[in-house]
Design a protein around this ligand. Structure first.
Ligand SMILES: NC(=O)C1=CN([C@@H]2O[C@H](COP(=O)(O)OP(=O)(O)OC[C@H]3O[C@@H](n4cnc5c(N)ncnc54)[C@H](O)[C@@H]3O)[C@@H](O)[C@H]2O)C=CC1
Ligand SMILES: O=C(O)[C@@H]1CCC=N1
Length: 278
């Protein structure tokens, strides 16, 4: 039987950590009509708390306390290096909640041990969530029921696309591809801007050309039925300009280096889980 989409309108959501990733998800929720009064954010930095309150109308707390009792969903958005301490300190106030952690590398076994709960979902979002264009990988422990999955999909769906992975270890690869991915795109944009200015364009013109090209190529790849290599070949005339550029990239081992870089990111995700897990 097909399940009805979950409504988030009556959900109360607590965020532990109110930085970049929390702000991106809160922004999505507010844009989709969730009332800010249904969101509480635990955030030690006063400046950050003021920003969240004025921008989104959410309630903020300097530290977790009994006020968090009865929230339906708790989103863990602190750095992996401190999540153990924070989770251990807060667990007593969060009984009965569904937990969603965005912390890179931190495995659900660790979270379950610290929180004394099995209702745990891990998410690996990315910063385009800020503009509703996020790409998130999700993993649920076996104790997470369909209704809980529905709630997570409704929440993360406010920030863009998502997909579920069956094996938790795959989240390390998701982290390397899409979690860290926006940084690679910005890195290429920087390189294209540098080349453009070296060739005499203004930085503004070069940046506009580069961003427009990324957006257009991504859209083309999304809509096309052919794989990226076919789309690439269509740009590449024999003996032409693209061919010259691609030969230079191959000579410099750029693709191999890029693949290696993503392996490094995935390996680091695994290490974060080993270093800062239970
Ligand atoms: N930034 C990104 O692109 C992505 C980040 N993540 C994950 O999201 C998590 C948060 O990362 P960001 O938002 O980028 O970091 P951030 O540094 O912007 O946010 C973390 C927030 O936690 C707050 N904090 C520190 N101690 C706290 C405590 N005891 N209780 C509550 N809050 C506390 C900090 O003041 C800060 O505002 C990390 O675990 C990271 O792995 C996941 C996907 C993408
Ligand atoms: O760099 C990091 O560790 C986090 C996880 C994915 C993106 N940023």
């Amino acid at each position: 039987m097909k399940q009805e989409p979950t409504s988030i309108a009556s959900t109360r959501i607590a965020f532990i950590g109110g930085g970049n990733m929390a702000s991106a998800i809160i922004g999505g929720l507010i844009q989709q009509g969730l009332d800010g009064s249904r969101i509480a954010v635990v955030e030690p930095l006063a400046e950050q708390r003021e920003r969240l309150e004025s921008r989104y109308g959410v309630t903020t707390l300097e530290a977790a306390g009994p006020e968090l009792q009865g929230f339906d969903l708790v989103v863990w958005a602190v750095k992996p290096q401190i999540i153990k301490q924070v989770a251990t300190d807060c667990a007593q106030h969060l009984a009965g909640a569904l937990h969603l952690s965005v912390a890179a590398g931190i495995r659900s076994d660790s979270l379950a041990a610290w929180l004394g709960s099995e209702r745990i979902v891990r998410a690996m979002p990315n910063t385009p969530a800020l503009v509703g264009q996020g790409m998130t990988g999700l993993y649920a422990r076996t104790a997470v029921v369909a209704a809980d999955r529905g709630l997570i999909e409704a929440v993360i769906g406010t920030t863009g696309q998502y997909l579920w992975v069956e094996r938790e270890a795959d989240l390390d690869a998701v982290t390397a591809l899409s979690g860290s991915g926006p940084a690679y795109v910005f890195y290429f944009l920087e390189a294209m801007r540098q080349a453009g200015t070296e060739m005499g364009l203004s930085a503004e013109t070069a940046t506009r050309l580069a961003i427009g090209t990324f957006a257009g190529a991504a859209r083309l790849a999304q809509d096309a039925s052919e794989p990226p290599e076919v789309l690439r070949e269509r740009v590449t005339s024999k003996g032409g300009t693209t061919y010259a550029a691609l030969c230079s990239l191959e000579d410099s081992g750029v693709k191999a280096s890029f693949v290696k870089a993503l392996h490094a990111a995935s390996q680091r995700a695994k290490e974060l889980g080993d270093e800062f897990g239970a």
